[in-house]
Design a binder for this molecule. Sequence first.
Ligand code: 5AD
Length: 483
Amino acid sequence: MKSQRLAWKDFLAQRQAVLDSWPTGRDVAAIEDGLRYQRAIPEDKSFAKAMSKAKAAGRTLLQPRAGVALIDDHIRLLRYLETEGTADLLPTTIDAYTRQNRYEEAARGIEKSRAAGTSLLNGFPAVNHGRDGCRAVTEAVTKPVQVRHGTPDARLLAEISLAGGFTSYEGGGISYNIPYAKKVEIGKCLRDWQYVDRLVGHYEENGISINREPFGPLTGTLVPPFISHAVAILEGLLALDQGVKSITLGYGQGGNVLQDLAALASLRELADEYFRKAGFEGYDLTLVFHQWMGGFPEDEAKAFAVISLGTFVAAAGRVEKTIVKSPHEAMGIPTKEANAAGLKATRQVLSMMADQQICADNAIVRREMDLIRREVDSVMSAVLGAAGDDIVQGIVRAFAGGILDVPFAPSIYNKGKVLPVRDNEGCIRLFAKGNLPLGEDIMSFHKERLQERSKAEGRPVTFQMVTDDIYAISKGKLIGRPR
Ligand code: 5AD
């Protein structure tokens, strides 16, 4: 693989148009201003440092999601989550207009929220609030703060939020496009994310480590581990190529505990291997585990149970960070109290697990790790084979040919031919592989496991079974068995 690092002159050639796309872009025109500001941020508010310390100490940090329209309200919310909720790391979740670069509508949302005295946006419109609004937020709290969003073209948001004191930036050219957008061309999105990663690389070259986190769970809907792993590894390679050093790869809870533990262990192992093989060194790789990203039970007690089981896996899997859900998940954006309640439940389980070593070295975990490795290797060698010298082109071609295919994604550039379903123990398997480059040996294992479930339930594997699985957890089960 040849480096596709964006030349600084090409970065600058794009930069003016990026900053001109909304008036607040003017405030970050001097890139040195952002560097100077970041240099003065105390070390204990560095996201990269916090993640690497957690790795050294074998600790799992907890982080909520949160964002409202107005600066003062957002500050109050974050302060509540760090004090009452004991969050180790803070988020700033960006609203849907900003994610689509619709800053005029975000501006109207801000005005209407002021008039209404409550947030009428589903997140914090960081671009509209600009550099100084972001600084007000990051200065008002004691913990590191990350931008969490879902933005295909996140260049301006990155410029403003990094100059604004955020020390971590979520997303990637696949994970913030395919699950989030319908019509964003993959090559364009990957190039826009090369800009973001190059900006982070520039900070890194100037002694400021900004943490980067590709979005692991993708659609959060029965995604087999090897699919999200392949995407995470590719986005990791793209980020490292632009000079990123602090990289956190993610995985969303699938539900079968042993498959999840195998997925976490193999993500760490495989990512490290692929990064080294590509010639990268000196990076700091950490993991984030997302508590269940699919449909939640409405009942709050049941939601706490889902949160707690996820937390157990995060602790047993020894990840550096877990993203916390709330008991309001089935209803929508949580109140600050519900958000803190999710954090407290998570904290309780993490604390009880802190000194326990769960031995994941058992036959089933080993079998699943071996399977995931073979699957990831099959997909990665096909993508890299299609890439020639250019990994961006390789990814574009892989999606066009269905070599990469994310289940249940809205993007028209995703084939959508893969159908996952649970086996008789709740592991996520493939019912239809579409064009994924998986060999007969791998597919016959998936088939066997599904036949077992088919026999146990006395019904064939059909799309009905897939649908039953999608709703199972919200209805109190893991596997969508017939009644
Ligand atoms: N505040 C809190 N949580 C949010 N989510 C999305 N936006 C916000 C916000 N502004 C959460 C959803 C879901 C996840 C994908 O993100 O509730 O759990």
